[in-house]
Design a protein around this ligand. Structure first.
Ligand code: HEM
Length: 441
């Protein structure tokens, strides 16, 4: 099949048909249709999840269920009766037929062998491998590196004070520099990685337009080519970085070395997950704190509250809004029987505002005792492998920014990223005001 037709068929099967159906369903008020096609849901997810909550703990949609209930979400993520939902098998047979014949030869975070899309025993094998390199000790040692990187980036900003886009100049640079250093990505490759990330972030969404799909596809393709080449180079010339260690450990693995494809998927996920989400935590946090100067005053006087403030930011504006699981057998959930093969959308951001768990759930409370009970890092087998690093980047990154620029002010509304699963700012103009001296200088 000629390349262009094949790509068009692929889009139709994976996104186009769903997009068309979702628009129809959204007009009839179906929550799943609205989630995919209603622009209001992207603009105001809180209103949407409140509506869902009013409809019950688990809501039936045309093709799947949705839950915003904290207990159900938490139980599902840990359940042996549910497994990760791989893009494709839940679709009608005719669409699956087209997908099988046009499937791009590309690695995708929601397709095996990505860790996010497999279950034991493969999942255990990949996860053990990454955990053996990404140990608690290795992550604790990274805190100084995060601080050093934040200081250097803010020095640059201080040099040209005035109005800056804090997402482009800081929130995206901090995580990409940190994860890039960890994984041995050369400095000059960072701008390309960021570009792949910016364009490819919507690869987690479904129902993309043809234009958007082509953009995402070429970003994912570019990332695949770059990473494959990078891994080959590290294999020939290993460095003192975690990616080189990962390659070596995978070759020495008891159950045989990972294939190039498995390694590519594993390393690619760690790299992409390492900055695609943390950029949103930083942007969302800066915005929320600038909107609540009283919290900034409290944090300046009581910096020990920063870890809780970061948990509240994660809870109230979750960088990953949702995940999904599929039933491996008929299961009773709060009186609703979810049949084998049916999917449930677990709306993490909605569960984070469940009034049964969080008192006055919409309030931003930097002293909330159970703020850390949010599900923004998911739970169970697929609990975020980078949570400790993300928390360190959130605490150090936000605290250092506001200590250096205590007079920072919003200089316009900014714009949200055009994504649904991931939520963050694509630009946030800020007038920095005068800079204070760096921590430790
Ligand atoms: C604020 C930042 C972050 C957030 C909100 C976040 C969120 C998540 C969520 C929700 C999942 C699980 C999805 C599911 O259950 O379906 C996940 C998985 C994962 N995350 Fe993160 N993440 C963040 C930062 C990071 C960082 C910095 C890294 C790497 C250094 C990372 C690496 C991973 C990996 C490898 C997985 C797959 C784990 C598995 O499937 O077993 N994440 N993350």
């Amino acid at each position: 099949m000629a390349g262009a037709i094949r790509k068009r068929m692929q889009w139709l099967a994976l996104h186009g048909v769903i997009r068309g159906m979702s628009k129809l369903l959204a007009r009839r008020g179906d929550p799943q249709g609205r989630l995919i096609a209603d622009p209001a849901v992207r603009t105001d997810p809180v209103a949407f999840t409140d509506e869902l909550r009013a409809q019950g703990p688990i809501v039936k949609c045309r093709a799947v269920y949705i839950t915003v209930d904290h207990k159900i979400a938490n139980d599902l993520l840990r359940s042996e009766d549910f497994h990760v939902l791989v893009m494709g098998p839940s679709l009608p047979k005719s669409l699956q037929w087209v997908i099988d014949r046009t499937k791009p030869d590309l690695l995708h975070p929601l397709q095996p062998p990505s860790m996010l899309s497999v279950e034991p025993p493969e999942h255990t094998r990949y996860r053990k491998l990454v955990s053996s390199v990404f140990t608690t000790r290795a992550v604790a040692a990274l805190r100084d590196r995060v601080q050093g990187t934040a200081n250097a980036l803010l020095d640059d900003l201080a040099d040209d004070a005035g109005t800056v886009d804090v997402v482009g100049r800081y929130c995206s640079q901090l995580p990409v520099t940190v994860i890039g250093d960890i994984l041995g990505v050369p400095d000059d490759a960072r701008p390309r990685i960021l570009e792949f990330g910016e364009l490819g972030a919507a690869s987690l969404d479904i129902g993309l337009s043809w234009r958007h799909y082509r953009q995402v596809y070429s970003a994912v393709e570019g990332f695949n080519v770059w990473l494959s080449d990078h891994l080959h180079q590290l294999r020939r010339n290993p460095g003192d970085d975690l990616m080189s260690q990962l390659i070596q450990t995978s070759e020495e693995s008891e159950r045989g070395p990972l294939t190039h494809e498995e390694l590519l998927a594993t390393a690619g996920l760690v790299l992409a997950a390492g900055f695609e989400t943390t950029v949103n935590l930083l942007g969302n946090g800066i915005r929320m704190l600038l909107d609540t100067p009283e919290h900034l005053e409290t944090l300046a006087a009581r910096p020990e509250l920063w870890p809780t403030a970061v948990e509240e930011i994660l809870r109230l504006d979750s960088p990953v809004q949702l995940s999904a699981r599929m039933a491996s057998r008929d299961t009773d959930i709060a009186g609703t029987i979810v049949r084998r093969g049916e999917g449930v959308i677990i709306y993490l951001a909605g569960a984070n505002r469940d009034p049964k768990v969080f008192t006055d759930p919409h309030r931003f409370d930097i002293e909330r005792e159970n703020a850390g009970k949010h599900l923004s890092f998911s739970g169970g087998r697929h609990f975020c492998l980078g949570a400790a690093l993300a928390r360190a980047e959130g605490e150090v990154g936000l605290r250092t920014f506001f200590e250096r620029f205590p007079d920072a002010r919003l200089a316009g509304g900014g714009s949200r990223r055009d994504t649904r699963v991931l939520r963050g700012w694509s630009s946030l103009p800020i007038t920095l005001g005068s800079a204070r001296t760096a921590v430790g200088s």
